[in-house]
Design a protein around this ligand. Structure first.
Ligand SMILES: NC(=O)c1ccc[n+]([C@@H]2O[C@H](COP(=O)([O-])OP(=O)(O)OC[C@H]3O[C@@H](n4cnc5c(N)ncnc54)[C@H](OP(=O)(O)O)[C@@H]3O)[C@@H](O)[C@H]2O)c1
Length: 393
C-alpha cells in the first residue's frame, strides 16, 4: 500500500528511463528491507547473497556507462559528477574491455596530483564520474578479449593516471608492469611515479654526471625524496632542501650530503657556500625556484617538476643566456604515450636498482581506503614524508 502511494505521487514522465529504473530498483529494495526488517536497504541483499552485492550506480569509465542492476559492486573513491566533492562509495565492479586487464587492487600510492585533480587544477582530469588514484598495485584477476598478457594471477603495478583508489580497476594491459617477488604491493604502489620521474628527469633529460652537484627542493616529499636517492646513486653530490629537522633527517637517510632547512635557511647563500649547483630538481617553484636559479653554476640544468608552492616561476631569458642555463620542463605522465621505450627502459633500471638494494621507497603512512580523506590531508598539510599509500585489504 505504502509503495502504491509513492508510485501514484511520482510524476514518472518527468524522469529519464534510467531514473525510472533507478527509482523502481530503490522501491524494490525498500520493499525488501521492509520485508526483512533491515536498517539499510542497500546492505540487505549482500547479507542474503554472500559476497555478491547490488548497485544501480553508473560506472566510471567510457564504454561501461550503462545503468546496471544486479551487478557485483565494490568500493571506490570517486568524483561522481563534475565539480562535486570526492567520496568513497559503491560502484559496479568493472569488466575488462578488449586490450584491458582487471586488477584486484591491493594498494594505491597518493600523489600531489590527486589534490590538484580534486581541486580541478590538474592538467589531465578524466570526465566525471571517475575514480581517483594515479598509480596502484595488485593481482590480475580478469582479462579482456584479445588480451594475451599479463596472465591471470600476475602481480602487477599499474600507472593509468586514475582508477587506482578502488577495490578493482580495469586498465589497458600496456599500462601494467610485472612485479618482482621481492617487491611488496605497498612499495610498488609508491614506486612508479616518484622514481620514474626522478630517473627520467635526472638521467635522460638533465644528463646528471657523477661528481656534479644536485640541488633537490621539496626533498622529503614523494618525488623529492626519490630524486635524492637516485641522484646519490648516480654519483652526484646531493644538497637536500626541506622544511624542518625531521624532514631533513629523512633526506639525510636517503643519501643527501648537505641539508638546507627551507623554513629557516638561505638557499642561495648556502648553495653558493658549497660552490653552486649543476642540476636543480624542483617540484616546488615560487621563491625556492628563484633562489635555486641564482645559485646555478654556468651550464646548469634546472628541472621544472612541479609547483607544490602554488607559484609558477617566471624565467628571465636574458639570465639563461648569460649564464648558459637550461630550464627543462618535464612531465613523466605524458612519456608512456609518446616515448614509451624511455619509460620502459627506465623502469627496468629502477626495478634492478631496487632489487640490488640501491633504492627503497620511504612510506610515511599506510591507511585504508575508507580513510582516504585523512590520507590526502597528510599531503595537503605537508605532514607526510616520501609517499602515502592507501590499501584496500
Ligand atoms: N613532472 C612530473 O612528472 C611530476 C610527477 C610527480 C609529481 N609532480 C609534481 O611535483 C610536486 C610534488 O609532488 P609530490 O607528489 O612529491 O608531493 P608531496 O609528497 O606532497 O611533496 C611536496 C613537497 O613540496 C613541498 N612544499 C613546498 N611548499 C609547499 C606548499 N605550499 N604546499 C605543499 N607542499 C609544499 C613540501 O615540502 P616541505 O614541507 O619540506 O616544504 C612537500 O614535501 C607537485 O607539484 C606534483 O604535481 C610532477
Amino acid at each position: 500500500m505504502h509503495l502504491l502511494k509513492i508510485l501514484l505521487k511520482t510524476r514518472l514522465h518527468q524522469f529519464s528511463h534510467g531514473k525510472i529504473l533507478q527509482l523502481a530498483y530503490k522501491l524494490m529494495l525498500k520493499a525488501f528491507s521492509m520485508q526483512f526488517g533491515s536498517q539499510n536497504a542497500w546492505k540487505t541483499p549482500a547479507t542474503l547473497m554472500g559476497s555478491t552485492r547490488f548497485a544501480t550506480f553508473p560506472n566510471s569509465n567510457a564504454g561501461r556507462n550503462a545503468l546496471t542492476l544486479y551487478e557485483e559492486i565494490m568500493r571506490a573513491f570517486q568524483i561522481p559528477t563534475k565539480n562535486a566533492p570526492a567520496v568513497v562509495h559503491d560502484i559496479p565492479k568493472p569488466e575488462p574491455l578488449p586490450g584491458e586487464v582487471r586488477v584486484k587492487i591491493a594498494a594505491c600510492g597518493l600523489n600531489f596530483a590527486d589534490l590538484l585533480m580534486i581541486a580541478g587544477k590538474y592538467q589531465e582530469i578524466p570526465e566525471a564520474p571517475f575514480t581517483l588514484g594515479l598509480e596502484a598495485a595488485g593481482v590480475v584477476d580478469a582479462i579482456g578479449e584479445g588480451t594475451d598478457a599479463p596472465p591471470l594471477g600476475t602481480r602487477v603495478a599499474v600507472f593509468n593516471g586514475y582508477g587506482g583508489l578502488a577495490e578493482y580497476g580495469c586498465f589497458p594491459a600496456i599500462c601494467t608492469v610485472e612485479l618482482p617477488g621481492s617487491m611488496s604491493f605497498t612499495e610498488a604502489a609508491a614506486f612508479q611515479i616518484a622514481y620514474g620521474t626522478g630517473h627520467v628527469a635526472l638521467d635522460y633529460k638533465a644528463r646528471l654526471q657523477p661528481g656534479e652537484t644536485l640541488l633537490v627542493l621539496g626533498a622529503a616529499g614523494g618525488v623529492g625524496l626519490a630524486a635524492v636517492e637516485i641522484g646519490k646513486h648516480m654519483g652526484a653530490r646531493v644538497i637536500a632542501c626541506a622544511r624542518g629537522a625531521d624532514k631533513l633527517a629523512i633526506a639525510a637517510k636517503a643519501g643527501a650530503d648537505h641539508l638546507i632547512d627551507a623554513s629557516s635557511g638561505d638557499i642561495l647563500a648556502e648553495c653558493k657556500a658549497l660552490g653552486g649547483v649543476d642540476v636543480v630538481y624542483d617540484p616546488v617553484g615560487g621563491d625556492q625556484f628563484r633562489a635555486a636559479f641564482r645559485a646555478c653554476r654556468p651550464d646548469a640544468r634546472i628541472l621544472c617538476i612541479g609547483f607544490a608552492s602554488g607559484s609558477v616561476p617566471r624565467i628571465p631569458a636574458n639570465h639563461l643566456l648569460v649564464k648558459n642555463i637550461s630550464v627543462i620542463g618535464f612531465y613523466w605522465g605524458a612519456y608512456p604515450r609518446f616515448k614509451p621505450d624511455v619509460v620502459t627502459k627506465s623502469l627496468e633500471t629502477l626495478l634492478q636498482w631496487h632489487a640490488d638494494g640501491h633504492i627503497a621507497p620511504h612510506i610515511s603512512h599506510v591507511l585504508q581506503l575508507e580513510q582516504v580523506q585523512d590520507a590526502l590531508e597528510l599531503l595537503r598539510a605537508r605532514k607526510s614524508t616520501g609517499k602515502v599509500v592507501v590499501t584496500t585489504g
